[in-house]
Design a protein around this ligand. Structure first.
Ligand code: BT5
Length: 325
């Protein structure tokens, strides 16, 4: 019902629609209409009410909202099937469960809060209310080896959406961290549903420290929040829609033309190229200069005159001076 009322209000933007008309069209009592309006205002919708003219919609909420998000979408598939939760353990876990059952290509799971959000190797991902915590189910038309590069493709999409909406220019620390001035603003976690040998489905989790304050995260994390950087709240629905738009574009390009053009886009947004780094792999630490990524997405590091390749699953990357890039 809420969505029907919003559809009516949005049909003629800026114009009033009478309570009488709403109650007739939706077969509601006037009291029920009033109650719905109250609920919408509580959810963050700005609705002007005038006794003579009725109601008009002035603004949608900045907080996540399924109707507002659906209106912002510019995609063909991504986000068209939407699973929305107040609280959830992890959107990635939910997306994997839904992908095994019924979720279609492009389905999105989104939550206001996660109690057990995770990063790679089951590391905890702190996810208080106000952040953007979402996971996209993808059934891409890609080979197994190509699908593993979707983390990189997603990194490009997140950076581009953040640049569009905030004017900030964050970069990507290989493979999956989105940083601004050495602090992590967002992380990406791609996981395969089922066995690697039979992969047809992946879930891509995206976490952005958007409308949370830095002090809502543990002090020891090298993390940043958009709210503190911008001094204002962002429209989370627009942010989600923009990431999904860029991700859909990137995926289409990848399916049609292969990884090479996306590798270029990734390199343009990458941090730390040409800089000295330390790489931990299986208890050993390698030092060298970051040279970029190989055509297969592996990190290229030059050490002692030789080029070494590292794959994302196996290593930790640090700048040598202890910084995070
Ligand atoms: C990542 O892992 O960066 C991937 C994070 C993916 C989170 C999304 S949210 C939606 C979806 N549902 C999930 O359950 N996950 C995805 P990794 O590179 O392993 O980094 C994890 C490390 O980042 C932790 O060990 C902390 O040091 C740090 N960290 C934790 N929470 C953070 C936050 N909110 N902001 C910045 N850093 C954080």
């Amino acid at each position: 019902m809420r969505h029907k009322i919003l559809d009516l209000l949005a049909e003629r933007p800026g114009e009033f629609i009478s309570g009488e008309q709403i109650s007739q069209e939706l077969n509601l009592t006037r009291a029920a209409v009033w109650k719905q309006m109250k609920g919408l205002k509580e959810a963050g919708y700005e609705i002007e009410a005038q006794t003579k003219n009725g109601y008009r919609l002035l603004a949608s909420p900045l907080a996540l909202d399924s109707w507002a998000l659906a209106r912002e979408l510019e995609t063909e598939n991504l986000g068209r099937e939407l699973y929305f939760y107040e609280d959830i353990s992890s959107t990635n876990e939910k997306a994997k469960e839904l992908a095994r059952q019924r979720a279609a290509h492009g389905a999105v799971v989104i939550a206001r809060r996660q109690s057990a959000g995770h990063g790679r190797m089951q590391r905890l991902w702190e996810s208080p209310a106000g952040g953007l915590w979402m996971t996209v189910v993808l059934k891409p038309n890609l080979s197994l080896a190509e699908a593993s590069k979707l983390t990189l493709v997603t990194g490009v999409a997140v950076v581009d959406a953040l640049r569009d909406l905030t004017g900030l220019k964050p970069g990507i620390k290989w493979p999956n961290d989105i940083l601004f001035e050495g602090k992590k603003l967002a992380g990406i976690l791609a996981e395969v549903v089922g066995e690697w040998t039979t992969i047809q489905t992946m879930v891509i989790g995206i976490g952005v420290n958007a409308n949370i304050e830095r002090k809502d995260l543990s002090p020891e994390l090298p993390a940043a929040s958009l709210h503190d950087l911008l001094g204002r709240k962002l429209d989370l629905n627009r942010l989600a829609a923009s990431i999904l738009k860029y991700l859909e574009q990137g995926l289409k390009e990848f399916e049609q033309d292969g990884f090479a053009p996306l590798r270029e886009l990734w390199l343009e947004r990458a941090l730390g190229i040409g800089r000295e780094c330390a790489i931990e792999k299986g208890g050993r630490v390698y030092r060298g200069i970051i040279r970029g990524i190989a055509p297969d997405g592996e990190l290229l590091v030059e050490a002692e005159g030789k080029e070494h390749h590292f794959s994302a699953g196996e290593v930790r990357l640090r700048a040598v001076n202890g910084e995070y890039f």
